[in-house]
Design a protein around this ligand. Structure first.
Ligand SMILES: N=c1c2ncn([C@@H]3O[C@H](COP(=O)(O)OP(=O)(O)OP(=O)(O)O)[C@@H](O)[C@H]3O)c2ncn1[C@@H]1O[C@H](COP(=O)(O)O)[C@@H](O)[C@H]1O
Length: 110
C-alpha cells in the first residue's frame, strides 16, 4: 500500500529529531522540549475551536491540519507513529461509544 501523507509526514518528523533547529520548524519544536510541544497543541486546539465557532469550513480545515501536524510531533516525541493511532481506531471500529461507555461503567461498579 502507498504511504499516506500522515506516514510521509511522520517520517519527515523522525528525520528532524537530529536536524538543525535553525533550518527546521519541527527540529526547533522538538529541541524546545515536551512542555513547548504541549503548549503548541493547546494553542492549535483553541484555534480549531475558534475556527469552528466562526463557521468557516476552510478555516476549520486549516486549523485542523495545524492541530494534526502538531499531534504527529507529539506522537514522534513519544516514539509513536500514526499507525499506532490508526490501529487503536481500527480496534474500536464498530463498537458504539454508548455500548463501550456502558460496559466501562458496569466494570467500574462491579
Ligand atoms: N505541515 C507542516 C506545518 N503545518 C504548520 N507548520 C508550522 O507550524 C507553525 C504553526 O504555529 P503558529 O501558527 O502558531 O505560527 P508561529 O507563530 O510561527 O509559531 P510559534 O513561533 O508560536 O511556535 C508555523 O510556523 C507553520 O509554518 C508546519 N511546518 C511544517 N510542516 C511539514 O513539516 C515538514 C518539515 O518542516 P521543517 O521541519 O520546518 O523542515 C514540512 O515539509 C511540512 O511538510
Amino acid at each position: 500500500m502507498q504511504p499516506t501523507i500522515l506516514d510521509r509526514l511522520a517520517e519527515t518528523i523522525e528525520t528532524r529529531k537530529h536536524a538543525d533547529a535553525d533550518s527546521s520548524y519541527v527540529a526547533k519544536l522538538l529541541h524546545s522540549g515536551h512542555d513547548k510541544i504541549l503548549k503548541k497543541i493547546a494553542e492549535e486546539s483553541a484555534e480549531t475551536l475558534m475556527a469552528s465557532k466562526d463557521g468557516d469550513a476552510q478555516h476549520v480545515v486549516r486549523e485542523t491540519a495545524d492541530l494534526w501536524f502538531h499531534c504527529l510531533i507529539l506522537l514522534a516525541y513519544h516514539g509513536l507513529t500514526p499507525a499506532d493511532v490508526l490501529q487503536e481506531l481500527e480496534r474500536r471500529e464498530g463498537v458504539s461509544g454508548i455500548v463501550e461507555k456502558a460496559s466501562r461503567d458496569a466494570g467500574e461498579k462491579g
